[in-house]
Write a protein of this length. Structure first.
Lengths: 146, 146
DNA sequence: GTTGTTTATATCGTTCACGATACAAATATA
DNA sequence: TATATTTGTATCGTGAACGATATAAACAAC
């Protein structure tokens, strides 16, 4: 078996597994509020700036609209957001937080810290995290422009 | 907007995005051979050691059998593996590479290097990758034991 | 203004992930 | 040897991701 094909030598497998496991770490908290992790991401984006077109949210999350549209529809069904046609541009679907959606921010106030703490370990500390962020950002930037 | 809720401060979002984008980088190559990225991972595991039960493959990939079973069935339908009842333990489903499955290794010989090169950038180099691997491994280990 | 192109969103089909659950074989216990 | 428990795999339902495609509004060129 060649080295290059070993699972231990794959960056992608590590990213894929780390991503899956950390996403799982969110679920015990998020599911109490009927949210999934991608829906939580959409909330982060909307808390940042409300009343955005679908396109805007998709771009921020680096996802396609065919992923984001059904996600937002499920959030609408849950009463977390409303979706209405844009006035300036009738093609745009403007997504807006409901009262419930805004109030979720207070209810989820402990989530970032809880998950943040769960990840801390020997080589991942407040000191080393910026370096990790930098590398991941570089990878994302590199892959985006291809 | 509080700092802790900003997308820029989320480790998970970075891992999620980096994982998605690097997985996408595999597709132009893998799709030529009718493979998806998770199927490629299953092949890596089988090339490492052939004739393994489903459970063994799932554990190696840190996935549940309810994810791996349908994946292997699709690979069986593609003629890449066979699945047969174990002799020692009739509950086990032994997965075995076909000739086509074994030969794919030669055909995909350039894949690890191609994808590896696509990721290289300022902060991710042969020198810094081991450090990144270490941090991701620590995160995975940390989250696994919770 | 008619025609052509771009843009914003949505629909459809396929493949993952994964919780919940089912079921039969294997093993342990009484 | 019956009965209970564990183990290995599979089934089902839901929610992503994403390529391909559709549709309508906006915009451009003529």
């Amino acid at each position: 078996m060649e080295e290059k094909f070993k699972l231990e030598n794959q960056l992608c497998f590590r990213l894929y597994t780390a991503s899956r496991l950390i996403t799982q770490a969110y679920y015990p908290i998020l599911s109490k509020f009927g949210l999934t992790y991608p829906q939580y991401l959409a909330l982060l984006v909307l808390w940042e700036k409300d009343e955005r077109p679908v396109n805007d949210i998709a771009r921020r999350l680096m996802l396609e609209t065919n992923t984001v549209t059904p996600l937002l529809k499920r959030m609408e069904a849950e009463g977390v957001v409303t979706r209405g046609q844009g006035k300036k541009d009738a093609r745009q679907m403007i997504v807006k937080l409901t009262k419930k959606g805004r109030e979720l921010q207070k209810k989820l106030t402990d989530v970032p810290e809880t998950v943040g703490k769960a990840v801390l370990c020997e080589s991942v500390t407040p000191e080393t995290v910026p370096g990790l962020f930098g590398m991941l950002d570089d990878i994302i930037k590199q892959l985006k422009q291809q």
